[in-house]
Design a binder for this molecule. Sequence first.
Ligand code: AMP
Length: 218
Amino acid sequence: MSFRSVFLGPPGAGKGTQALTVASGPGVLHLSTGDMLRAHVSKGTELGAQAKGFMDAGQLVPDALIIAMVEERLGGEGANSWILDGFPRTIPQAEALDQSLQAANASLTHVVYFRVPNEALMQRLTGRRTCGDCGAIWNVHTKPTQTEGKCDACGGSLTHRSDDRPEAVSQRLEAYDKQTKPLLDFYRSKGCLVEIDADRSPQEVSQELSDALAKEVC
Ligand code: AMP
């Protein structure tokens, strides 16, 4: 079956890890606005330069920049199924997404909410390490690699995101509470929200997620 899903939840909830697993199947496009922005920053594009200060401070990048970036990608892709990971993060972004989907005669099939209590997030985020080569996500506390600093999957070097340091993490959690949490009611009122207890092992979450994606809810 095909799906067009938004993955919603606080930073560190495991949206990226789960999206990578789902998108390892054929024909599934995984669009992470965080990854897209980090690619712009490392390539030194104008968008990267505009976004970097907000990202390092743990703040959201202005809506207009994000919306233009996502519309360009979604418009150009012919994938059957896609996951938006980390977008939308504000009500104006959600409204812009609705409008582009309507214009393309399409609609969402699911909005999956990965629920994790705040106390668990700080440890998940500050311990997170990402492989610079294959994108696999590890954690020094909960999912360590066999050799420190090296990816078990591909041997690439692990990086510690600059916004996973404690000061930026507090800001990101605050931005989530103020700007992103209102999306839960926005999508709940449209009958689109599927809630998953994500304070469990990635395997347990993955099982519940594939059951959830098997039936359209919107
Ligand atoms: P993430 O990798 O999803 O945690 O995103 C990392 C950072 O990129 C966020 O803290 C924001 O600064 C920025 N960002 C990612 N997605 C968005 C979005 N949809 N709206 C605004 N800022 C975003």
